[in-house]
Write a protein that binds this ligand. Structure first.
Ligand code: SAM
Ligand code: FES
Length: 350
């Protein structure tokens, strides 16, 4: 316990640890050390973001994907997935609903769907920014060329989410088909940063074959990238993937990693993810209490929600956007936080 407290204090002081120290802190964590960590993480969060919680309206606009990530329920080989894509009008209608509910950030997320060409993404980006110039637009549509990223940015996209998934190359190759490699994904992140996006990266906690060394490497990579946002959530099994018999990640380790991220990058935006709310009914509240400050409720039409099934038992697939919004408001108030209507740009500057 003494060693744990020492390492947490050192992290707060130096904002980083050696790989060895990360491994030790993660493997020898105790409930008491976690409580200590969360208390300091909350202090940091309150110092920079107060008790505000930013909301992002997530629009899952296509579940077609050319990739075959082994963990993902919408991978191309999952013939049981019920495929859909939203039209541009449907996406704009989601934005309209979201705007009326107080959302000032929209996140367009989808599989890597060739029918959404660069021209279409550029047009859609322009339409959203024309209609809602006071809103931030985030894209999360996977690995693209530097030139494509540049075109979206010039069309008005402000932010890009691309989790690095795992920093370790060998681990990455056990989670993905041979066509996908860790270095290419990282290269995309560096390109996005260079272009001027506010960048989000992240990883799944408890993904198959993950070790404490891998998590240590994730922390070192994130420290180096210094992104504006870090999205982490537990890996959750999907029954129609090659990982159907694996074990899901835990609430406990995900919360611990959230606390560590808040101490390492005090001004970063840190969502309490839907996956966290899926493995525990109070997961998102506990995420906020561990240092998170963002929620990403779903704005997709209810008719397609259950088809964007990345993992089993995903929550909120039946609720209208307005219900989700008020449910989250109540949940946040119950733990002493408030949802705000703001773009919520990162204080972790480029
Ligand atoms: N295609 C885009 C991309 O590659 O970034 C965005 C969509 S992808 C489904 C979004 C994220 O979902 C991935 O980065 C991954 O971390 C997460 N994800 C996929 N399958 C998951 C699972 N079984 N459990 C938890 N998270 C999962
Ligand atoms: Fe493409 Fe999951 S495999 S989004």
């Amino acid at each position: 316990m003494q060693k744990q407290i020492f390492l947490i204090d050192k992290l707060k002081e130096d904002r980083t640890l050696t790989k060895q120290e990360w491994v030790q802190l993660i493997t020898e964590r105790t409930p008491e050390a976690a409580e200590y960590l969360f208390a300091i993480a909350r202090e940091e969060r309150h110092a920079h973001y107060g008790h505000d919680v930013y909301i992002r309206g997530l629009i899952e606009f296509t579940n077609y994907c050319k990739n075959d990530c082994l963990y993902c329920g919408i991978r191309k080989s999952n013939s049981r997935a019920n495929r859909y894509r939203l039209s541009e009008e449907e996406i704009l209608s989601c934005c309209r609903t979201g705007y009326e509910l107080g959302f000032r950030t929209f996140v367009l997320q989808g599989g890597e769907d060739a029918s959404y060409t660069d021209d279409r993404i550029v047009r859609l980006t322009g339409s959203i920014k024309d209609r809602y110039p006071d809103c931030a637009l985030t894209l999360s549509i996977g690995e693209k060329s530097c030139q494509s990223y540049r075109r979206y940015f010039e069309a008005g996209a402000d932010r890009y989410l691309l989790r690095h998934e795992t920093s370790n190359e060998a681990h990455y190759s056990r989670l993905h088909p041979p066509s996908l490699i860790a270095s290419a994904r990282k290269e995309c992140l560096w390109n996005l940063k260079e272009i001027g996006y506010q960048v989000g990266t992240g990883f799944m906690v408890g993904s198959p074959y993950q070790t404490a060394e891998h998590l240590a490497e994730d922390m070192l990579f994130i420290r180096e990238l210094n992104p504006q946002m870090v999205g982490i959530g537990p890996f959750i099994v999907h029954r129609d993937t090659p990982f159907a018999d694996q074990t899901s990640g835990t609430l406990e380790l995900t919360l611990f990693m959230l606390g560590l991220l808040r101490l390492m990058l005090p001004k970063v935006l840190l969502p309490a993810t839907t996956a966290l709310g899926t493995i525990d009914p109070k997961g998102r509240e506990l995420g906020i209490l561990a240092g998170a400050n963002v929620l990403m409720p779903n704005l997709s039409p209810t008719g397609v929600r259950k088809d964007y099934s990345l993992y089993d038992n995903k929550i909120c697939t039946g609720d209208e956007a307005a219900e989700c919004r008020s449910c989250l408001e109540r949940r946040m108030e119950a733990v002493g936080y408030q949802i705000v209507t703001a773009r919520g740009d990162s204080l972790n500057r480029l």
